[in-house]
Design a protein around this ligand. Structure first.
Ligand code: ZN
Length: 267
């Protein structure tokens, strides 16, 4: 049965991802209920399951008002989301309600200590990763109660997914992330090209997402940290020194990731 993927912008820069067949809809991180309810009523769809990546308000804020319309489950992996009807331990696999679609819930700790992502290998033309605030295009999430080492472990595992995996992030942060990436490595051709594409899309009011894993491996500063790409490590070192860091010595992917994340917080 074919599935259709939709992106519903809301708040300042949040995206709610929703996919559906001809009868049911499944939604990821409903920040607000209204965009979901508007969409499913326009399309004549029944709300099946809600999938939650983490407890932050701008990812769970719409759950309460969706519950009266819900025919399936509220799925997540956190003690901090009281409205879950199914609290799973990641990594695990589940089947969506009213469907035979299999979903892998992956532990993607770092932004928070209990963040999870949902990998759907087979329902669409390409695999898709609903990654909440874990990967942003050309970036990564701010570290709240997770840590850099968790984040490095998460990115290392996610980089093993198929190259054509669509990366469905929960925020439109791409332009700001690219500004930071180019401040470090202004001559990087792939980043410059992508920056032009994103600016063009955003000027027309279009989302820059989903991205792909193949693209992120080329241009995402944190993935370039993990591969210890020589040109990137040199550029990051010089940038750090210009920003007043002393004794900059990048010896490992964790060193590079930690420095890159720290300097972004100050950018
Ligand atoms: Zn968050």
């Amino acid at each position: 049965m074919p599935y259709t993927l939709n992106i519903l912008p809301c708040r300042t820069d949040n995206y709610i991802w929703l996919f559906h067949n001809t009868r049911h809809a499944w939604v990821i991180d409903p920040s607000l209920a209204a965009p979901v309810l508007d969409y499913i009523s326009q399309q004549g769809l029944i709300l099946a399951d809600i999938l939650i990546t983490h407890h932050h308000h701008d990812h769970v804020g719409g759950i309460a008002d969706l519950l009266p319309h819900l025919t399936g489950r509220v799925i997540g992996s956190s003690q901090r989301i009281p409205s879950l009807t199914e609290n799973l331990t990641a990594p695990t696999e589940l089947t969506l309600s009213f469907s035979d679609v299999r979903v892998q819930m992956l532990a993607t700790h770092g932004h928070t200590y209990d963040h999870v992502s949902y990998f759907v290998p087979n329902a669409f033309e390409h695999p898709i990763l609903f990654c909440g605030d874990t990967i942003f295009s050309a970036g990564c999430g701010r570290i709240f109660d997770g840590d850099n080492a968790q984040y490095v472990e998460t990115y290392t595992r996610l980089m093993q997914l198929p190259e054509d995996t669509l990366i469905a992030c929960a925020h439109e942060y791409t332009e700001a992330n690219l500004e930071y990436a180019l401040a470090i490595d202004s001559s990087h051709a792939d980043t410059r090209t992508y920056n032009n594409e994103v600016k063009y899309a955003r000027a027309r009011g279009e989302p820059s997402l989903p991205s792909t894993l193949a693209r992120e491996k080329l241009i995402n500063p944190y993935m370039r940290c993990l591969t210890m790409e020589a040109a990137w490590v040199d550029a990051l070192t010089e940038f750090a020194l210009r920003r007043g860091e002393v004794d900059v010595c990048i010896r490992s992917p964790l060193d590079a990731f930690t420095l890159c994340r720290k300097l972004k917080n100050q950018f």
